[in-house]
Design a protein around this ligand. Structure first.
Ligand code: GLG
Length: 830
């Protein structure tokens, strides 16, 4: 990447050139220059897209000098870098974040105005890079933002999917997926570097040979390869002059690969082969929390990880660097098991390419990796069939077997005679087929293993990896997730941000615990009034957006009750739905009158994995119920459901600040952390939630009075599971629950079709793995308490202020501080 050392003598050649002038004139000049030279148009002839692209280039030009300086400074300092390895980055739109980080927002707005352009019109041109599924990918995006803001040298490594998470549409209430063509109108934030592409190999076999010293060695003789082309993205810190790099890899066919086939004379086959190679980074797998054991997925994982290790070792380190000292310079964070194949890859590089012996290589490797687990669902832990792994990466499978052998001899030494234990802890599972348990491999290799909230980390130790945590108690730790306040408070909620700065002064955006200073103002009626006015304005902003985006009309003055997250049975959208249907049933059957209802609009946002039947049926059911409820005159407009399609980061940014009530109702022990829960609390919504994931910590911080807890806790869930849970008996014992389910079964929501929703309803009645029926009554009762509090607007607002004031802990800056101290053992660059 650096190329040959420059022999230039001009003084400007050795340092980054300066930035454009930081004022309106400088901005306008730069913008018009970009429009002319990059887009090739004059202002008068330019389209909105031209203007957006020119604006993006302009902003990049302001950040450029800092980016280049950051690179030079970091290389020269030879400090430890954090290499964040993640198959997903759910970035959201880039423009506003870049304007904020470079302190250009006002200048840009004024400058564009002078050009007759409204910044707001350009903002909406940007298609967000949706290179992730949900929480895990969004967390990675928050983390790299915090690392840059905290001046930590770091590189995010991932995949530049040509198609990100699918665009969701509804056809007759059913989810239909459309490809996400986020690159179609140009990708102004990326810097492709085809000249720095690295080769990634696959397939073939291994062979032994004797090296010059007569030592027996192994080499991998792969059968095909692809090029990994890096695309660099700026990751600007907030007003601190640091710009880190996110490096996403795109697959391209190698020349050698084509030539072989071209030479055989089969031109068409050669072109097809190119497509085959390029398929690797073509599309993001849309499964969230459930691995798909697809070959292409393993190819993706190895592809980005191999390219990243190669890149770091060959391009980031100085030539001739002694790899025995690698842990001094890099710590790779494994974001879930997706990048775990990096462990045998580093072993292979050290042993096969650099002549390390096994123990030396293991010593280095062990110190270079840490592993974050994001789940508790056993079925969500990746297991790769050895047949597949061996075919695609034969050398890696050998190395994994050897790591496992060494590990199991340690287990046998530590617990002599306990063969059952050794079998349980083996990285190789035998049933249903022979496979590699990637979480075990990660746990053995990593210096530290962490869960993502206190409860989750505890359950990880006790239930998911108990044998490992008794063997290595000190290896396990917790880092509770966080969210970046730059995007999720400052940018998404400008009015609240202004009010906060007005009240406690500036500086809180990088020191979020300072929100505590708001606490006394909860008792100040004037402040409460201002705070409530912000919420009301945010609701209007949402109303405008949903009208334009989805043709949805939100009624005024309703409690805005929001459940947005991936559609998953464990998250229990079905429980929310039962609550709605129950209210509706009581009104239409005359048990209560519409006047008894607290005016409420429930907003859903949820994508289902395209192959996840139950989730898709649940979406269909929500839409069917919505159609009926929204049209029911009996309800007198006091209960509404809005389900805008294609929930994404951009929608979240307008939706969350408008919410009154945050639904975090997973079965206790199932949601590792949640991060939406944090965003809502920080934006002044109250939570109705179970004792699950980070809810536990949110409740502890905001106080019981300001959090609506309901349902079984994890021990109760476990006990009920052990005793034997029978959802049918909940149904029989609870007349309102029965009436609710019966109404769905009667075909009321499905134009008389009594079987349309059998899958959903009978699953609840017969199996209900996530115990929605068991928590139904508690949920409904707690919703009544929500309504009671909401009726007292002063008390409600007071609680919401205290939620904001007390949740500064959930800044991803704090998460990064915890990783730095507990896991990475490094500090920001001074
Ligand atoms: C996971 C979990 C979430 C968690 C997120 C980030 O399901 O509970 O908040 O990662 O750690 N697969 C996910 O999205």
């Amino acid at each position: 990447r650096l190329g040959p050392a420059s022999t230039a003598t001009h003084p400007l050649a050795t340092a980054p050139v300066g930035s454009p002038s930081h004022n309106v004139d400088g901005f306008v000049r730069e913008f018009l220059h970009e429009l002319n030279t990059n887009q090739g148009v004059t202002l008068s002839a330019s389209s909105l897209n031209d203007q957006y692209l020119a604006l993006a280039s302009t902003v990049k030009n302001y950040l450029m000098a800092r980016w280049l300086e950051t690179g030079l400074k970091t290389r020269a300092a030879k400090v430890k870098t954090v290499g964040y390895l993640s198959a997903e980055y759910l970035l959201g739109r880039q423009l506003d974040n870049a304007l904020l980080a470079s302190d250009l927002a006002d200048i840009a707005e004024k400058g564009l105005e002078l050009c007759g352009i409204d910044l707001a019109d350009l903002r909406v041109q940007e298609v967000e890079p949706g290179l992730g599924n949900g929480g895990l990918g969004r967390l990675a995006a928050c983390f790299i933002d915090s690392l840059a803001t905290m001046d930590v040298p770091s590189i995010g490594y991932g995949i530049r999917y040509e198609y990100g998470i699918f665009r969701q549409t509804f056809v007759d209430g059913r989810q239909v997926e459309q490809p996400d063509t986020w690159l179609a109108l140009g990708a102004p934030w990326e810097f492709p570097h085809p000249e720095s592409a690295v080769q990634v190999h696959f397939g073939g076999h291994t062979e032994r040979y004797a090296d010059d010293g007569g030592q027996e060695r192994t080499r991998w003789v792969p059968s095909w390869n692809v090029l990994a082309v890096p695309y660099n993205y700026m990751v600007p810190g907030y007003l601190n002059g640091r710009v880190n790099t996110l490096r996403l890899w795109s697959a391209q066919a190698t020349k050698a690969f084509d030539l072989q086939i071209f030479n055989s004379g089969d031109y068409a086959q050669a072109v097809r082969a190119q497509t085959f190679a390029e398929n690797i980074s073509k599309v993001l797998y849309p499964e969230d929390s459930t691995p798909q054991g697809k070959e292409l997925r393993l190819q993706q994982q190895y592809f980005f990880v191999a390219a990243s290790l190669r890149d770091f070792i060959d391009h980031e380190l100085e030539p001739g660097f002694d790899l025995h000292r690698l842990p001094e310079r890099i710590t790779f964070q494994l974001n879930d098991t997706h990048p775990v194949i990096a462990v045998p890859e580093l072993m292979r590089i050290l042993i096969d390419e650099h002549g390390f012996d096994w123990d030396e290589a293991w010593e280095v490797t062990r110190q270079c990796f840490d592993y974050t687990c994001h789940t508790l669902l056993p079925e969500a832990l990746e297991v790769w069939p050895t047949e597949l792994l061996g075919r695609l990466l034969p050398r890696h499978l050998e190395i994994i077997f050897q790591i496992n052998d060494q590990f199991l001899s340690l287990v046998r030494q530590t617990y002599p005679g306990d063969e059952m234990l050794a079998r349980r802890m083996s990285m190789i599972s035998e049933h249903p087929e022979r496979g590699v348990r990637m979480a075990f491999l990660a746990t053995v290799a990593a210096s530290r293993v962490n869960g993502v909230a206190e409860l989750h980390s505890q359950l990880l130790r006790d239930k998911v990896l108990p044998d490992f945590s008794s063997l290595w108690p000190e290896k396990f730790t917790n880092v509770t997730n966080g969210v970046t306040p730059r995007r999720f408070v400052r940018l998404s909620n400008p009015l609240l941000s202004e009010l906060i700065t007005d009240t406690i002064g500036a500086g809180w955006l990088t020191d979020l615990e300072r929100l505590k200073e708001l606490e006394p103002y909860a008792d100040d009626p004037q402040f409460r009034e201002r705070f409530a006015a912000v919420k009301a304005a945010n609701k209007h902003r949402l109303t405008d957006l949903l009208r334009a985006r989805d043709g949805i009309d939100l009624p005024d003055g309703h409690l805005l009750d929001v459940m947005v997250k991936r559609l998953h049975e464990y998250k229990r959208q079905s429980l929310k739905l039962l609550h709605i249907v129950s209210l509706y049933e009581q009104v239409i059957s005359g048990k209560i009158s519409a006047a008894d209802l607290t005016p409420r609009t429930v907003v859903f946002g949820a994508k289902a994995a395209p192959g996840y039947r139950m989730a898709k049926d649940t979406i269909h059911l929500i839409n069917k119920v919505a159609a009926k409820v929204n049209a029911a005159p009996e309800l007198e407009e006091r209960l509404k459901i809005a389900f805008p399609a294609n929930y994404n980061v951009t929608l979240a940014e307008t939706l969350i600040p408008a919410a009154d009530l945050s639904e975090q109702i997973s079965l206790a022990g199932m949601e590792a952390s949640g991060t939406g829960n944090m965003k809502f609390a920080l934006n002044g919504a109250l939570t109705i939630g179970t004792d699950d994931g980070a809810n536990v910590e949110i409740r502890r911080l905001v106080g019981d009075k300001h959090f609506f807890l309901f349902g079984m806790d994890e021990p109760a869930v476990s006990a009920l599971g052990a005793k034997g849970y029978n959802p049918g008996s909940c149904y029989e014992a609870n007349p309102q629950l029965k009436a609710t389910l019966d109404l769905i079964l009667s075909g009321h929501f499905s134009d008389g079709d009594r079987h349309l929703f059998d899958s959903v309803v009978y699953n609840l009645l017969n199996q209900d793995r996530f115990m929605a029926l068991a928590d139904f009554q508690a949920y409904v009762d707690t919703q009544a308490k929500v309504e009671e509090r909401y009726a007292d607007q002063e008390a409600w607002t007071r609680s919401t202020i205290l939620n904001v004031a007390r949740t500064g802990y959930f800044s991803s800056d704090r998460s990064m501080r915890d990783y730095l101290q507990r896991i990475w053992h490094t500090s920001p660059m001074l």
